[in-house]
Design a binder for this molecule. Structure first.
Ligand SMILES: Cc1cc2nc3c(=O)[nH]c(=O)nc-3n(C[C@H](O)[C@H](O)[C@H](O)COP(=O)(O)O)c2cc1C
Length: 459
């Protein structure tokens, strides 16, 4: 049986810093690069395409976190995902500098009507020739709701609204049939109105009456991604997503999630096990020797300010963690924020108690992702282990200093993975969906139907 190949993604924000606070102060961060300028994004795109990544994946939130003392001072002070510019603005810049690389966009459904969301995403899908993915989120942070002058709704309600949201998006994406455009100069008829359907939606949350303004885009609709991990979030992913992004600190947790998603796909939504790609987060640090990699990692960690780390976990998880004692146990704290990521922290020591300080610093190294630090061979070994034992279909790499961390991964680790037949050596398709799902790839492992779940060999 041919080995499964990893789908590679780079996790960034359209901002000065991504998902490891303090990295902007690393001496190698953005040397001679300005993240505010197109050249930086073009270079990032070309670097990742050189490494045959599926896509660059742009996270987003809509306002600075204000969980410490009810103010956003700490977010501003420590550059905690702040400043962050609008993510879709960099898409044409990246996709005109590349030919195959996709762009995953996190766009919140909370404050934008589906009609304009579809219009924006489909326009970008046209301009990129089918290289867009959409990470569907519903805004989990109170600061976002405050910024938009609205009362934050509960998780269940946010998912119910997002269900209807996506439902309406599908209707709009289907509005234009594939052969609706005739473009007959002799008769003057451009499109056949019988093949451009009017949407007439009256739901609990949205009303929409009209045809989509954007004709069918190369992918029909963007590749749908989801990163929720509550029970409700996993169901949503199993129903709608083509790929999920999750963070698990251990291979056991990956396996558990992989099997759980397969059971939901098969038992609840009549989809094949394995039909949703599982892309798991990974933080990497590569060097010629293990000792060098360790030193390098220590230097990276020394950039993380503890106060910034505490404020950042407060932003992602909800409570003001500066009010806890540093040696309080995290396992005892209830959180209203991103449950899935909180679990990556509380399981970071394999089930042993994790203190507030340990948890904050661990999380700040790359949003709770496991670390692969060592030579290219060490990192490739670890990735193979996560694929074979954890069920990973690919990896979302967190950033340290940029663009250097991605250049190094592409120069060191990708060739090692290619030698092992674990990543592609050329792009076979032009759209992101095809590169992700590889519809006619013989090397795809046989997809098994999972009914009762499988036994975890690591537990
Ligand atoms: C790995 C990961 C990455 C996420 N990235 C974002 C993001 O960039 N923007 C955002 O608004 N939410 C993000 N989220 C939040 C989720 O999309 C989701 O809205 C949140 O986890 C609440 O859903 P849940 O309760 O089902 O987990 C992320 C979550 C996870 C687990």
């Amino acid at each position: 049986m041919p080995k499964k190949k990893a789908h590679m993604y780079a996790f960034v924000q359209h901002g000065v810093n991504s998902h490891a606070p303090g990295m902007w102060r690393h001496p190698k961060d953005k040397v001679n690069w300005d993240w505010n300028r197109p050249a930086y994004w073009q270079h990032m795109g070309r670097t990742l395409e050189r490494g045959f990544f599926d896509a660059i994946f742009v996270a987003d939130e809509l306002a600075p976190y204000s969980n410490v003392d009810g103010k956003s001072d700490e977010s501003v002070k420590w550059a905690l995902q702040c400043p962050v510019h609008e993510p879709s603005t960099i898409v044409p810049i990246i996709t005109t500098a590349t030919t195959y690389l996709g762009v995953g966009l996190t766009l919140s459904t909370a404050f934008e009507h589906p009609y304009s969301m579809v219009r924006r995403l489909s326009s970008l899908d046209h301009l990129s020739n089918g290289r867009i993915a959409w990470n569907m989120v519903s805004s989990y942070s109170k600061s976002e709701w405050d910024a938009y002058g609205q009362e934050m709704t509960m998780r269940y309600d946010r998912y119910a609204r997002m269900e209807e949201y996506v439902d309406l998006c599908y209707k709009l994406w289907r509005s234009w049939e594939e052969d609706a455009i005739i473009s007959d100069k002799a008769s003057g008829v451009y499109a056949d109105p019988a093949k451009v359907h009017e949407v007439n939606h009256e739901g609990t949350y949205f009303k929409c009456k009209g045809r989509s303004f954007v004709c069918r885009s190369p992918q029909g609709h963007p590749v749908l991604w989801q990163a929720g991990s509550s029970d409700r979030g996993r169901d949503f992913a199993a129903k709608h997503a083509e790929a999920i992004f999750a963070v698990h600190p251990t291979v056991e947790r990956m396996r558990e999630y992989t099997d759980d998603l397969d059971r939901r796909l098969v038992n609840k939504f009549n989809r094949r096990a394995g039909s949703v790609k599982r892309i798991y987060g990974l933080q990497t640090c590569v060097a010629d020797t293990r000792a060098e990699a360790r030193d390098k990692w220590e230097r990276i960690k020394s950039c993380i300010p503890l106060a910034g780390a505490l404020a950042w976990i407060s932003g992602h998880f909800g409570p003001d963690f500066t009010k806890f004692k540093l040696n309080d146990c995290l396992q005892n704290i209830e959180i209203p924020g991103i449950q899935g990521l909180f679990e990556s922290v509380i399981h970071s020591k394999g089930g042993a108690p994790v203190t507030v300080k340990e948890g904050a610093l661990y999380y700040a190294q790359g949003m709770g992702m496991p670390l692969a630090c060592g030579t290219a061979k060490d990192i490739a070994d670890q990735m193979e282990f996560y694929m074979d034992e954890g069920g990973a279909d690919g990896f979302m790499l967190a950033a340290t200093y940029t663009p250097g961390c991605f250049e190094e991964f592409v120069d060191y680790v990708i060739p090692e993975l290619q030698r092992r037949g674990r990543v592609r050596t050329k792009y076979r398709y032009t759209t992101l969906r095809e590169n992700l799902l590889e519809p006619d790839d013989q090397a795809q492992p046989e997809l098994k139907l999972v009914k009762g779940g499988r036994k975890n060999s690591n537990m």
